[in-house]
Design a protein around this ligand. Structure first.
Ligand SMILES: Nc1nc2c(ncn2[C@@H]2O[C@H](COP(=O)(O)OP(=O)(O)OP(=O)(O)O)[C@@H](O)[C@H]2O)c(=O)[nH]1
Ligand SMILES: [Mg+2]
Length: 285
């Protein structure tokens, strides 16, 4: 039986830990079991029970205080994550093995972990070897997404995580409850946007004409990947939380094992084949 995992990523302060805590509560309410692993070695507090905590393996403060390493907070964090990648048996021990496990991994906010460092990719590959189906969940703060150029940079961050990790990814816009009704209306166009019309509407707000071509090329790239979709996340809206969870479950086929659905054409073919076999059996007997 497969196990299921969400890798909860996103820039610092985008709401990753709050998302995990909200999802645990929601899961309890709908009678599902969801557990959380804290993978942020710099985390100070979180409001969910943890099944494993990287700080038991290594802490950023210890790395920074080590006279032979002399790292600052960001270098220290990267060191901790690399240490984790080299000690994955610690994680294996803490995860145990329960069939149908559903685990959220609350990751650190340093964006370089998802863009060019190999650590997260190594973690994903290891989880897959342990039979996890992993979905990337990339969070961005809706407060920063109401202007086109900020939106583009948020999308690029999400896109680079998707490209480097090569797993299904669901993008989420957090803190929707903080938006004014006007901003909420405004942000709707960013949830499932048409990059070209957005660019044309906003061409005056781009900072420099000089980079017009570059902006166009970036918008084209985003459009080509056709992944510029964000789901809104308001921690007080149970229905919205459910929609987010359903989308993620769908991407990792959670709960579909019992009734695996084949694509339509195949279904018809295999249906015919089954009928043929049955027919032959009854003729043969
Ligand atoms: N109103 C509101 N506040 C939120 C929401 N999500 C997060 N916050 C607040 O935003 C701040 C940062 O949230 P965290 O969940 O700690 O963010 P994080 O991504 O885990 O942060 P780092 O681990 O430091 O990268 C906290 O003060 C949260 O209370 C939300 O949906 N609504
Ligand atoms: Mg956090």
């Amino acid at each position: 039986m497969p196990r299921y995992a969400q890798l909860v990523m996103g820039p610092a302060g985008s709401g990753k830990s709050t998302y995990c805590a909200t999802l645990v509560q929601h899961a309890e309410a709908i009678n599902r079991s969801v557990q959380v692993v804290n993978l942020d070695p710099a985390a100070e507090h979180f409001s969910y029970p943890v099944m494993a905590d990287i700080r038991e393996l290594i802490q950023v403060d210890d790395v920074m205080e080590d006279p032979s390493l002399r790292f600052g907070p960001n270098g220290g964090l990267v060191f901790c994550m690399e240490y984790l990648a080299n000690n994955l048996d610690w994680l294996e021990e803490n995860l145990g093995h329960v069939e149908d496990d559903y685990i959220l991994f609350d990751c650190p906010g340093q964006i370089e972990l998802y863009t060019h460092l190999p650590v997260m990719k190594q973690l994903v590959e290891q989880l897959q070897q342990w039979e996890f189906r992993v979905c990337g969940v990339f969070l961005v703060d809706s407060q920063f997404m109401v202007e086109t150029f900020k939106f583009i940079s948020g999308v690029m961050a999400a896109l680079s995580a998707m490209v480097s990790l090569e797993i299904p990814q669901v993008n989420i816009m957090t803190k929707m409850d903080l938006l004014s009704p006007k901003a909420k209306k405004e942000i709707e166009k960013y949830l499932d946007p048409d990059m070209f019309s957005m660019m044309e509407d906003n061409s005056a707000s781009f900072r420099s004409k000089k980079f017009d071509k570059l902006t166009k090329a970036i918008c084209e790239l985003i459009d080509d990947y056709s992944m510029v979709r964000f789901l809104p996340f308001d921690r007080s809206d149970e229905e919205g939380i459910n929609i987010v969870l359903q989308n993620i479950d769908f991407s990792i086929q959670y709960g579909e094992d019992l009734e695996f659905k084949e694509p339509k054409e195949l279904e018809e073919d295999s249906g015919n084949q089954q009928q043929d076999e049955l027919f032959q059996d009854s003729v043969g007997s």
